[in-house]
Ligand binder design. Structure first.
Ligand code: AR6
Length: 173
């Protein structure tokens, strides 16, 4: 079912022409490094101005802003868990990031959305485990709420790409 809708690509999320891109942010929502830094740089300073009005974001939750200078109309900011060994609700929090982003996107009528590999950079979540959670959560959501035309996983490096790609193709979903 999801195969036509879910796509794994290698690239830069800031360049994606989708309705919304997801930002792997921190609790302050006031910018940082990694994909967060790239998104703020590409969107321009108005993104930070809008983020300042949001009062931060709890881990696993999601908030939406405009995309400003990005090709994407919207940015959905979520905060992934920091990896602390795997026994601190990391899996559940990461799954919540994906489902809460999709829930918010569905409420806004968003049809196409791109995700980065949340938590797998600075937050050190192991990539194979994060990929499995991400793909399963998106497939589960799509089965309940089939409102999206395209869901992209935008992988920034080969390791991320091969993990996501292997899972999606193995499962024949
Ligand atoms: N497009 C797509 N993916 C990217 C891009 C990009 N332009 N740049 C990096 N990635 P990270 P986290 C990948 O560290 O682990 C920030 O400082 C990257 O290779 O960006 O959730 C925040 O403010 C990796 O696969 O996010 C937080 O403090 C993935 O995006 C903290 O980092 C996530 O890596 C969040 O850490």
């Amino acid at each position: 079912m999801g195969q036509r809708i879910i796509r794994i690509i290698k690239g830069d999320i800031t360049e994606q022409e989708v309705d919304a891109i997801v930002n792997a942010a921190n609790n302050s929502l006031l910018g940082g490094g990694g994909v967060d830094g790239a998104i703020h740089k590409a969107a321009g300073p108005k993104l930070l101005d809008e983020c300042r009005t949001l009062n931060g974001c709890a881990t696993g939750e999601a908030k939406i802003t405009h995309g400003y200078n990005l090709p994407a109309k919207w940015v959905i900011h979520t905060v992934g868990p920091v990896w602390h060994g795997g026994n601190n609700e990391e899996d559940r929090m990461l799954a919540k990031c994906y489902s809460n982003c999709l829930k918010l996107a569905a409420e806004e009528g968003i049809k196409t959305i791109a995700f980065p590999a949340i938590s797998t950079g600075v937050y050190h979540f192991p990539i194979p485990r994060a990929a499995e959670i991400a793909i399963n959560e998106v497939i589960d959501f799509l089965q309940e709420t089939p409102v999206f035309d395209r869901i992209l996983f935008v992988c920034f490096n080969d390791e991320t790409f091969s993990n996501f790609n292997r899972l999606l193709n193995e499962d024949k979903k």
